[in-house]
Design a binder for this molecule. Structure first.
Ligand code: CU
Length: 200
């Protein structure tokens, strides 16, 4: 009984190996040395002040986990700057423009202290928090806040990352639905030379 069980196990392993080898032969792109492209990285940063962001009327407990070294902007200050039309540059995606070859994924890493979203929009505009919009209307893609599952899917919690792949050729616009001045233009091209940021 034991011996025959072992035989069965061996047979299963052998069939498995043949199946994998066959799959590799049938789809050379996956099985050969042709490696998948290195993702392009974007970082999200902010300087949220835990004392004023973690109150119930703003984000609540643990909303802001600031990782900057001594740089804090209070919630009221952030709101005032946004309303004055001079939004805080400490809340930012970097770089603002990314050029990638078609098929290259984009990874957005949230190195800030609070959540952000990396939401594709047809045109840049306001987010879902009116106080931070400087009069710009909420873009349809940001409507409904995190209750909108499509937006929740684009949320990036502090210390986590989001991958975007499968972008079509052409220009794509991404913004944060909370801090709408955080904007990135992604240009997807047939060919981009490595380290050539001026490629037209
Ligand atoms: Cu944001």
């Amino acid at each position: 009984m034991i011996a025959s069980n072992l035989d069965e196990t061996r047979k299963v392993k052998w069939y498995g190996a043949v199946a994998i080898a066959a799959a590799m032969l049938l789809s050379p792109a996956r099985g050969t040395a042709q490696s998948s492209p290195t993702p392009a990285q974007i970082v999200a940063v902010d300087e949220c002040d835990p004392a004023t962001f973690n109150v119930p009327k703003v984000g609540g407990p643990d909303f802001c986990k600031n990782v900057t070294l001594g740089k804090f902007t209070t919630f009221d200050q952030l709101k005032k700057e946004a309303q004055d039309g001079t939004p805080d540059p400490g809340w930012d995606f970097e770089p603002d423009e990314v050029k990638v070859k078609k098929g290259t994924p984009i990874i957005v890493v949230n190195q800030g202290g609070e959540p952000h979203t990396f939401t594709e929009v047809k045109q840049f505009g306001g987010g879902f928090i009116g106080d931070l919009n400087h009069g710009e209307e909420t873009v349809s893609e940001c409507n409904g806040g995190f209750k909108n599952l499509a937006i929740a899917r684009t949320r990036i919690l502090q210390g986590s990352q989001l991958q975007v792949s499968g972008l079509s050729k052409g220009e794509h616009y991404f913004q944060c639905c909370i801090h709408p001045w955080m904007r990135v233009t992604v240009e997807v091209k047939d060919n981009v030379h490595d380290h050539d940021s001026d490629d037209k």
